[in-house]
Design a protein around this ligand. Structure first.
Ligand SMILES: [Zn+2]
Length: 54
């Protein structure tokens, strides 16, 4: 199952979700922390990483 986990990690790595409108954005956490990432939908800088394991 290692392959599957790797694929999951790749899929969810660097995918951020806007906390306001839940728009997905591809960017690293570093970029978010530096305030370089703006939501293209609502313009907010509040993101959370998409790392929800079901
Ligand atoms: Zn947004």
């Amino acid at each position: 199952m290692a392959k599957f986990e790797e694929a999951q990690a790749r899929l969810y790595k660097d995918v951020m979700i806007c906390k306001k409108c839940k728009t997905k954005a591809k960017a690293s956490m570093q970029k978010v922390l530096r305030g370089k990432l703006l939501c293209k939908n609502c313009g907010k800088k509040q993101f959370r990483p998409k790392r929800k394991a079901k």
